[in-house]
Write a protein that binds this ligand. Structure first.
Ligand code: G
Ligand code: G
Ligand code: MN
Ligand code: NA
Length: 254
């Protein structure tokens, strides 16, 4: 784990980079959106993954500063992609507890959208069930405010938390991202396979998009397609790559 002073230097010297992982339609492979995943391009140690630095940043609160930088950077990237490629570009950004509960979240997002001249339909925010359940009433208000300006909300790591069916109905949620631990058990564990089927059906009943995460094999993709799952993400299609490489995937099936 990184020391806090080193992380402050990293922020000041812009050593963080954003990688992008495509989300694709299981029917045809068209890219529907990207997920932004932060990396630290460390001067001595090379590219570091979030597990190596986000926990400390979450604890100290510097994750809020990182998140503000990331939202601005992602909006700049969306604007560039929309100039280079015809057609809409949508990017999902992960929010930790601290970022979601920061009072300036709405203004951070709307300012970034305005400054880069892009619409709210280009941005998705991903939160986990545990963020919502830590204070459901307050969370619903924040999510409603974001929704009111046109920003979509996805539930990340779905199935690992404890949101109730009631919560899903009562909150302005647009999609469920099925946690990859479920996807990896498809056709290995019968009960988990059936749970995935139930989540896909639940999404359909509630009018929610369902994204299967961590798809690694064609067998998993085929099974998900048969279940009626419309979209997926995972190494079978593409890993997270730097913006320039991700841009080359826009507009073509994976
Ligand atoms: O590829 P990966 O190792 O990037 O991601 C690991 C975890 O880090 C995931 O749970 C992901 O949600 C989280 N994560 C990745 N990028 C960001 C980010 O920009 N902000 C926040 N809050 N979490 C992120
Ligand atoms: O929690 P969140 O869903 O935001 O985190 C996504 C994490 O999953 C990132 O660490 C990302 O690099 C990783 N990831 C993306 N696709 C795959 C995959 O197909 N298999 C595995 N094992 N990890 C994946
Ligand atoms: Mn995510
Ligand atoms: Na996830």
């Amino acid at each position: 784990l990184r020391a806090q002073s080193e992380l402050r230097t990293a922020l000041a010297e812009e050593q963080f980079v954003v990688h992008y992982q495509p989300v694709v339609a299981l029917d045809g492979g068209a890219l529907t959106q990207m997920e932004a995943l932060v990396r630290w391009n460390h001067p001595d140690r090379g590219i570091l993954l979030p597990a190596d630095f986000l926990p400390v940043m979450a604890e100290t609160g510097t994750i809020v500063v990182l998140g503000q930088w990331l939202i601005d950077t992602v909006c700049a990237q969306i604007a560039q992609w929309q100039q280079e490629y015809a057609g809409p570009v949508t990017v999902a950004v992960n929010l930790s507890h601290r970022e979601f509960w920061a009072t300036q979240l709405l203004s951070t997002v709307t300012t970034a959208l305005e400054q880069h001249g892009i619409g709210p339909e280009s941005l998705i925010l991903e939160i986990t069930e545990s963020v919502i359940m830590s204070d459901p009433d307050a969370a619903r208000q924040i999510m409603s405010d974001l929704h009111a300006v046109g920003i979509r909300m996805h539930i990340d790591d779905f199935g690992t938390g404890q949101s109730s069916l009631h919560a899903l109905r009562a909150f302005p949620v647009d999609a469920l991202k099925i946690d990859q631990s479920f996807i990896h058990q498809i056709d290995i564990d019968h009960q988990t396979t059936e749970l995935v089927r139930i989540i896909v059906g639940m999404g359909r009943t509630l009018g929610l998009e369902v994204v299967a995460e961590g798809v690694e094999t064609t067998a998993q993709a085929d099974r998900l397609r048969t279940m009626g799952c419309a979209t997926a993400q995972g190494w079978l299609f593409a890993a997270a790559v730097p913006g320039e490489e991700a841009g080359r995937m826009l507009g073509r099936p994976l």
